[in-house]
Design a protein around this ligand. Sequence first.
Ligand code: SF4
Length: 359
Amino acid sequence: MKRCTVPFFIAHRGCPHKCVFCDQVKISGSSGQLPGETDVAGKIAQYRETAGRGSLEVAFFGGSFTSLPQEVQEQLLSPLQPLMESGEVGAVRISTRPDSVDSVSAAFLKKMGVATVEVGVQSMDDDVLELSGRGYESRQVVQAVHCLKNEGLAVGAQLMPGLPGDSPAKSLDSLGSVLDMKPDFLRIYPTVVISGTLLEELYRCGSYGPMTLDGAVRLCKIMLHKCLLSDVPVIRMGLQPTNELLTDGVIVAGPYHSAFRQLIESELCFDLMAGMIGTAAPADGTTTVFCSPSRISDVIGQKKANVERLWQQFGVRLAAVRPDPLMSPQELTMVSGGRSRTGNMLHDIQYGREVIENE
Ligand code: SF4
């Protein structure tokens, strides 16, 4: 049964830092006001009505939960205890900074029923972390993940390719280091310049250049593919298009796209089809693709981009894309001229570092 998330944004609460890219209010669309006991209970009741019998997960996003004073953490988590006992709330998740986690805070979270901790890793390159004002080193990420896993908590990691001092090669190395820690899931947010941040100042004075959208798509498709191969789900790519973020002037520069994830998924589909076609394009040039129902729009691409590219690059006319519920999202079958080929993203796509080497 699908789990419904009851979100509480505690933007910047508990955070003593000022990372160069951060304006949590604009990113999350929240004032960051801490919810009181009645707010928590009221919102859960409201979500209960729409969730029906589905399980509820309470999530405290933004800010650095474990940097909050202990009594405030208790104040937020205590009202959830009877609801967890009664089964009203099935799980609790929080997000925090790596240097705010140690064995004591991990044990406290476990005791209070927290099941999942999202760690804002952002990069595993110490120069990038320093230039971004993160205030910790990569070894602290390793320690934090170790402490959380020791308590049996699920760990999510957030990465931000494109920070100051970063490069596509460094981003891939960061991803490799994070995957070595065997996280339960990832979020990947290509760095975007938000107004009012230190990053905006760096950008305006020419000290920082963001990734282009094309460059971010090229890098992130490789990152997503590596996660697929490692069997680590990526639950979000690109910033959520909140009203605050989309207000005129808030996004100053950088690879923001409201459907960034779909750009990436479409690229993977295109690369798989391109590999399957290879040099042997079908004689009559007309092809039908069969795929998992969830994949149809990825195969076609935004504004039919993949249809156009298949025609331009290979002379292949994509006549139809048909759903096949028995296929996995990683598989595509191309049928043309009575010939059928099936490819799988896990086995039939290979990205070498040369794809991003000159970025
Ligand atoms: S640690 Fe998180 S909340 Fe604090 S300034 Fe950095 S990004 Fe913002």
